[in-house]
Ligand binder design. Structure first.
Ligand code: NA7
Length: 553
């Protein structure tokens, strides 16, 4: 007899949602969520760096399945900042009485499939074992932070840390004085770096802020605003429409592409649309552009030129502006970070940009960063906004062993390579939910799923998992695994979905590249780049066909 019927790892949005729905559907099952952190929240627990907030409209980020949650939560800003989002998830956990099945401060280090028992055994870092019939992975897809592979990184004697491990004694709100007169360096200009840099630039009394930029990133205004109690009451009435709107878009955001092609309209009409979406809140300027913007090189170039002009108009120093304009990828071909004064930060005399494309880093020293030309930047605090070992990378800190000695991941040329299901971080799944040779395991926001507006994708994936579990329950099955043919077909379908999109020609976490991680230097297809609508349709077809890609026993 196992300890649990279902074990979930991770108490972020996915884990909370999975726990609630599995509990609702199988009230007598024994459930447990194991979470490494000291509280629920996942991404919103860990990423407490200054300026952290999501770029989805807050209302579109809410869980849709419980009217009480919708009625009683007040989003204070149209794009909620991290402290509020964390409070929201704590509110969800309390309101749905989830905490009684959640065990915090528990970091899992190994997972073994026990074929004779048809069960999984997980072991935490303290050596405690947990057995379960079914396992639901809610590890997140941006949860494993990576530090830059730069010589000397351990020698820095000031305070150095990754943005997703921000020290409690350095919060800007409570400890702003800790930054007074300090020389701060930020490495990385992805969504996280852009938010952090903007927030730090506004800290009163800051000594200096030096940004070490390897790849310039496109970014455009968020247009955030506060939401009063009265406004929230009005907004609440529109929740059903918001969720419907999200269900109708390819990425589950509230924005549809303009149905016209860029070349079909006059230059004046083009400009009119671009100006309009530039001034709209949120992802409108990314997702509301002409429909060929991310598939047609000329269309993408035109829009990039428009965005470059915006940056030039906002940054006073022309040389700095040129460094901030990406030259190696077009607008929107990486996940677009949204900003609230990022470019203006560089107009401050105490904010400096170091263009690492022109002068790379030689090493980190005890007191700062040395560039290849011998320039040394003295720093008191060094912040690594260097991203994550994304998607498949979330799985690497657990030693997985599936059926017949299968390991989940290994790099080519290593002893485990012959046994790896995901060789060189290339996932193979069925519906992004199940993995061959890893029976009774289900993933929420795992590889080969659409990410987009995360809560919308989470709710759907959880529903699929619950439906698969229900099939097991109904027929008394104790074993479920995808067939090799179904995995092959799904994996090649996911690859086909990526064809034709310019985004897939660019290195980023979305295309599986992280140069700080061995084995992640080549692009691969790790996420479902087709539309969420198509993803849901295919899941529904499989369900209607009695889960024809799965073997039950
Ligand atoms: P990202 O988007 O992966 O950005 C990481 C940044 O760190 C990016 O600018 C990198 O430059 C830079 N980086 C990484 N390693 C180095 C080294 N060794 N030297 C210099 N610069 C480096 O991570 P984020 O946390 O910003 O965002 C992740 C997602 O979270 C985001 O897309 C949202 O969906 C939320 P590079 O571009 O590789 O040259």
């Amino acid at each position: 007899m196992t300890d649990y019927d279902v074990l979930i790892i991770g108490a972020g949005m996915s884990g909370l949602c999975a726990l609630h729905h599995i509990r609702q559907r199988f009230p007598h099952w024994r459930l447990r969520v194991l979470e490494a952190a000291s509280d629920v929240g996942g991404t919103w627990f860990w990423n407490c760096y200054p300026g952290a907030r999501f770029d989805s409209e807050s209302v579109s980020y809410a869980f849709s399945f419980d009217q009480g949650l919708l009625d009683d939560w007040h989003w204070k800003e149209s794009f909620s900042p991290q402290p509020e989002t964390l409070k929201y998830l704590q509110f969800v956990a309390d309101r749905l009485d989830l905490r009684r099945d959640i065990q915090l401060n528990t970091r899992i280090v190994s997972a073994r499939w026990l074929d004779a028992e048809r069960a999984w055994r997980f072991t935490d870092e303290a050596g405690q074992a947990y057995t379960t019939r079914f396992y639901v992975s809610c590890l997140g897809f941006l949860s494993n932070p990576t530090l830059p592979a730069i010589p000397g990184i351990d020698s820095f004697q000031g305070r150095g840390f990754h943005t997703s491990r921000w020290p409690q004694d350095l919060t800007v709100e409570e400890h702003g004085q800790a930054f007074a007169g300090k020389r701060i360096g930020v490495l990385g200009t992805g969504a996280t770096g852009i938010q952090t840099i903007t927030a730090l630039s506004k800290v009163p009394g800051l000594g200096s802020l030096t940004v070490f930029q390897r790849t310039a990133n496109w970014s455009a205004p968020l247009h955030n605003k506060t939401i009063s109690v009265e406004e929230m009451a009005e907004i609440r009435k529109g929740y059903p429409q918001v969720f419907q709107q999200c269900a109708d878009t390819p990425t589950c955001f509230m924005h549809q592409p303009d149905p016209r092609r860029s070349g079909e309209v006059t230059p004046e009409e083009r400009l009119a649309l671009w100006e309009r979406i530039y001034s709209q809140p949120g992802m409108a300027k990314w997702l509301g552009a002409f429909k060929d913007t991310y598939t047609d090189r000329t269309a993408n170039q035109l829009y990039s030129d428009f965005m470059a002009a915006k940056i030039r108009a906002r940054v006073h120093d022309p040389a700095t502006a040129e460094s901030l304009i990406p030259k190696d990828h077009g607008f929107g071909l990486r996940r677009l970070p949204l900003e609230s004064g990022y470019f203006e930060a560089y107009n401050q005399p105490n904010v400096h940009l170091v263009d690492l494309k022109k002068t790379p880093i030689e090493r980190v020293t005890e007191t700062g960063i040395e560039l290849v030309d011998g320039t040394h930047h003295e720093l008191d605090i060094l912040i690594y906004a260097t991203g994550f070992n994304a998607i498949t990378g979330a799985f690497v800190n657990i030693d997985w062993q599936g059926k017949d000695g299968a390991v989940l991941m290994a790099n080519s040329g290593t002893p485990a390579a012959d046994h790896a299901v995901w060789l060189d971080y290339r996932p193979r799944t069925y519906l992004g939910i199940t993995v061959p040779r890893f029976p009774n395991m289900f993933m929420v926001l795992g590889p080969h799923q659409p990410f987009g507006n995360a809560p919308r994708s989470i709710e759907h994936a959880v529903q699929v998992v619950v439906d698969m579990l229900a099939t097991c329950e109904q027929h008394g099955y104790t074993y479920v695994e995808p067939t090799e043919e179904a995995v092959e077909a799904w994996t090649s379908h996911v690859a086909d979905c990526s064809e034709g999109a310019l985004l897939n020609e660019i290195d980023s976490w979305m295309t599986g590249v992280n140069k700080n991680v061995a084995g992640k230097t080549q692009r691969n297809v790790a996420r479902y780049a087709g539309s969420a609508i198509e993803f849901r349709r295919r899941c529904a077809l499989s369900k209607d066909a009695g889960w024809d890609g799965l073997v039950f026993a």
